[in-house]
Every structure is written in C-alpha cells, then in structure tokens.
Design a protein around this ligand. Structure first.
Ligand code: PMP
Length: 359
C-alpha cells in the first residue's frame, strides 16, 4: 500500500525521511545493539539524545538562556491545570476563549481558582478570534492565557493580545514549530507534539525561569515545573522514544532552513487551499479570513450528506482523515509541517473534480 496523504488533526503526518531514519535505527541505534525504546533513560547515549534535542529546539526557536525548555508527559490537557497551579499562585489568571481548547483550559482554571474570562468568540461558534487589542486584564492577574491556534475550529491569532504588561501564556500545540515566534513575548509556551513534531506522549514547555515557582507545597511533585526544570526533564522516566523522534524532526526542520523557511512553505500550502475555497461554488471556509489557521482548515458544503460523500470518495483517492470534528461538522484538512505541497495540491484537484461532478 503506498503512503496516503494523511490530513489527520493529530496524531498526524510525520516527515517520511524521519520515519525512514527511525526505522533504519530501530534494531541498532548507533552501534548500541538496541533501539532507543530499549535503553535506560539514565544512559549516556540517551542523555546525548535528550541534550541534542533540547539544543536543536533552542536553536530552531531562538529560545533565550533565561528560559527552560522541558519535555514532559501527561497530555497537553494536563498542562491546562499544571500551568495554573504553577503560575497563578494568587489563584487569579485571565483567559481569552477563542475555541474548544482555550475553553477547556479556562474550565480547569475554574476548578482550581478564580480565573476571569476576558473575551470569547463562542457566540460565533468560535469561527473567529475575539478582539484582543484592549482587554480588561485584572491588575493582579498572574497571566493572560490564549490558545494561539485552535485545532478544531481552525483559527489562529493574527496578532498577540495586548496583555497590559502581564505575562502571556500560549498553547501552541497545533502550530508548534510551524513558523517563527518571538519566545521573549511569552512567559510560557506549551505544546503537545503529536501534531507538528512527533508521536503522541510528549509535551514541550518553554518557560521563563523566573516564573518557575520555588515554593509549591500544595502541588504534587510531578506537577511542579521546578521538579522537571531542576532534573533536566529526567526526574522520572521520560517518553524516551518520543523525545528521540522529536529530535529527528528538529534536525529535519534545521536542514530545511529553520522556521522562517517552514513558514514560507506552510503559507504557500494554506494559500493554495484557501484561495480554492474562496473561489469555490460548493465548498466554503468556516473561518473569518483574517483569523484563518495555516495548519487546520475546516470547510463545508452546507449539505451533510454531500460532506459524507466527499470524505468517503476522497479516502478512495488516498486523501484520508478529512472528516471534520463533530463540533464543526463538514471537513477539516490539517496541513501540518510534514504535509507536502503535493498533498494539498492533490486535495484541491480532487475538490475541483468533485465540485464539477456535483454541478
Ligand atoms: N491543545 C490543543 C490546541 C489541542 O489541539 C489539543 C489536542 N488536540 C490539546 C491541547 C490536548 O492535547 P492532549 O490530547 O495531548 O491532551
């Protein structure tokens, strides 16, 4: 079976070169006579893999020295709570809810303390990003929280909010390493890697070191960022295999020319699809033009039966996982870093054929 074009929202497509390299190194990693899956996380060989992954990530993102870069576990959803417990010591943090993931983060904060909802686009089924140019941030808010790219509804912040000098925290899961970001503009960035960067089971946290609390007696040890920062992501057994594959993807990105180059490719892919959608008489984008994600592209025909037929016929052409999330319906094409431009081209060509067939 040839490889398909996989438009899954995550776990998602990975670079073929990376998969081939992981396969080639499976039985014998660099003369160790074993795979990375089988070696001790305390071994010098794995320490080398971890150190190199962190160094490459820092180079790719330009992570300043006063930020820690951590590889954690537990799911990105756990970070909704972890971030609040570590950074909102007074129990106060302010949230912008632009989609289902920032809504979930806000809900976790409601369990743990006294978050404020600054703005929401739920009234428009999260089809746009709320205006964040003049937010009423509380003076004593510990941070302002956003999900910079909402995976389900396909929005991306056109610009970062004015936090009025407060720390900005961003969930970047579905846009992680898809474009350059100025790490210094954030207090903390968190991302599950299973969209753009690696296999499920690893979360990256990039956090300004002075925000890592020293005194969190009430917080379980595993949920303290300090625990993992002090131990260099090796407090307990990490997801060794996941970190190794992320490391291979970091090298793939560096070889490509880094994140500026990646962004150019991603913009070109997204433009191809959005231009087609805007011109189509059958399909349409569900997102306000200025807020459209470069990674997750939901679209509909307006006829649920036709949507179902499209998804089924696309799959027969090797264009798979195009069914939209149940909260939006229709279709969603996730066109992450590793989706080649030919994949997006093949999708657009199929959409065009389908549209002509329907007319
Ligand atoms: N944030 C975003 C933006 C996501 O897309 C997801 C998963 N789709 C999550 C958080 C939750 O990640 P996890 O499944 O690793 O808990």
């Amino acid at each position: 079976m040839p490889r398909v074009y996989n438009f899954s929202a995550g776990p998602a497509v990975l670079p073929e070169e990376v998969l081939s390299q992981a396969a080639a190194e499976m039985l014998d990693y660099h003369g160790c006579g074993m795979s990375v899956m089988e070696m001790s996380h305390r071994s010098p060989v794995f320490q080398g893999i971890l150190d190199e992954a962190e160094a490459d990530l820092r180079q790719l993102m330009g992570v300043p020295d006063d930020y820690a870069a951590l590889f954690l576990q537990g799911g990105d959803s756990l970070l909704f709570s972890t971030v609040f417990m570590n950074l909102a010591k007074n129990g106060k943090a302010d949230y912008v809810v632009s989609g289902n993931w920032s809504k979930k983060a806000f809900e976790q904060a409601q369990i743990l303390g006294d978050p404020k909802l600054l703005a929401s686009s739920e009234d428009g089924n999260f089809s746009y990003v709320p205006d964040v140019s003049s937010l009423d941030v509380r003076d004593d808010a510990s941070f302002v929280y956003i999900c910079q790219n909402e995976t389900i509804t396909g929005t991306r912040y056109p610009e970062l909010p004015d936090t009025k000098g407060h720390v900005l925290v961003a969930d970047q899961s579905s846009m992680f390493l898809s474009e350059p970001v100025d790490v210094g503009s954030y207090g903390l960035i968190h991302a599950g890697v299973q969209k753009n960067v690696g296999p499920a089971g690893v979360q990256v946290v990039i956090v300004r070191r002075d925000l890592i609390a020293e005194d969190l007696a009430e917080v379980p040890t595993m949920l303290r960022l300090k625990t993992h920062a002090d131990a260099g992501s090796l407090y307990d057994t990490p997801n060794c295999w996941g970190i190794y594959v992320c490391g291979l993807v970091f090298k793939w990105l560096l070889a490509l020319g880094g994140l500026a180059e990646m962004e150019k490719i991603n913009r070109s892919k997204a433009t191809l699809l959005y231009d087609y959608l805007d011109a189509s008489g059958l399909f349409s984008s569900t997102v306000a033009p200025r807020d459209r994600s470069l990674m997750n592209v939901p679209f509909v025909t307006g006829d649920a039966e036709l949507d179902r037929r499209f998804v089924a016929e696309a799959a027969e052409e090797g264009l798979v996982n195009l069914k939209g999330h149940r909260l939006v319906g229709g279709m969603r094409a996730s066109i992450y870093n590793a989706m080649p431009e030919e994949g997006v081209r093949a999708l657009v060509e199929f959409m065009d054929r389908f549209e002509k067939g329907v007319r």
